[in-house]
Design a protein around this ligand. Sequence first.
Ligand code: MG
Length: 369
Amino acid sequence: MKINRISVYHKALPLKDPYWLSGGRLKFEVLDATFIKLETDSGLVGWGEGTPWGHTYVPAHGPGIRAGLETLSTAIIGQDPRKLDLVERAMDSCLPGHLYVKQPVDMACWDILGQSCDLSISDLLGGKRDTGTPAASSVSSGEPDYMMGIINAYRDRGYVAHSAKVGGSDTAKDIERIRHIESNKRDGEIILYDVNRAWTRREASIVMNSVADLGVTFEQPGETLDDIAQIRNVTTSPISVDESLVTLQDATRVAREGLADVFGIKLNRVGGLTKARRMRDVALAHGIQMFIMATGGSVMADTEAAHLAQSIPDAFIKACWSCQDMLTVDIAPGSGPRCIDGFITVDDTPGLGVVPDEALLGDPVAVYQ
Ligand code: MG
């Protein structure tokens, strides 16, 4: 089987509400999504989506995916999409780095592999749990009451997991946010305080030590792994590493040096399922729990993450994400897993299990063959 055609689509995915990260430092209103269709000489077709969370969150750029695909196309055409590591090596050889460009290609290859052997991606990843994965809300940063209002709206839809965005130079405000939300926490809820790199080492130690009695988990409380290692030395709260978890070498360093208790694996950032499953296995081998998420995007990106999440034992998976619910557009009406009562559950449909409505994507912006 060989890939013989790549069609690339560009779609703007507006958010229902403006979204702020890091104490209001970064604002997001529209996501720049790239969809790709891989066709093969066997007639099987695979779909991928790459949607960074804007271009200020991590080093990823929506237009950069489409530019990178032009460069990668010669390395991809002619590959057997079922041979995932060979496709990975061909892409890494053609264009070192640029993991966010490669993830949608990898996703489409997994889709084709699953269809070719009549297994869902989560079963290809080793076999899925019968139960779905809790979806975490993503709570925009703001005043404590504003943030509780968002959490309450998600609770009404069955959500039991929440990622509340904190971070910024106003440490007193962050302490107020955390104490207010924790005082309203319900039994069984999972609440993660996501700093998104917005604290200095000093700010991290002030806030984390001020609320150490609560035992809450902080995600990415510093810019780099060196920062987090230092923060780890002077604090006791559990830590999740997210933006600094990019390569397998990052994962092994975090595990070996004990820098974090939780991995936040986002598929577009780490280059797709082929690379992410290795991080999953490092986490499982070291007693590290995981949040598995798309970086952003439609039901297709959510589904890719949901497959990996559902391949992880209950004791190790914290939550996934339903970014699709934050968008004004749905590119695959009636297709794919949706967030129901706060959980996303993939089924036995071979491959990815979701196909976009091509009419909603418009004409391809590039075709390589
Ligand atoms: Mg995060």
